[in-house]
Write a protein that binds this ligand. Sequence first.
Ligand code: ZN
Ligand code: ZN
Length: 142
Amino acid sequence: MESRLAEIMREKGIRRTPQRLAVWREFSRRPGLTIREAARRLEAAGIGQATVYRSVKALEGAGLLLGFPAPGGELRYAAVLGHAHLLVCEKCGRVTQFGECRLGDYETEVQRKTGYRISGHTLVIYGVCPHCQEGGDSASKR
Ligand SMILES: [Zn+2]
Ligand SMILES: [Zn+2]
């Protein structure tokens, strides 16, 4: 995963600073953090808030972080490697990457209908995870 990360950073021409790698890893370990939450955690590693904000913007621009609106209204981020499909639980905020992609034909169709030259997509699917679906009644029955 980290070698793909290095490859994308090289392709996009963004510098591989230790701070940027630390920021990316933080969102990789804990997908769904807000910038503020990540900054609070990275403070311990000696990375200042302004650096975290700048790194997030640089990584997002290179397709290495994906920001998405989540319940509560704040933008949350997940580490991605370019092309990504995320499943977001609306109750607990859990973020899962879903690997399988069936959007190739859809992209072709969009391209044909709009005349755009399509370069890619990211997809965020919202729902309630199995754990949260169970949570409610199994806990109360006990
Ligand atoms: Zn959940
Ligand atoms: Zn896809």
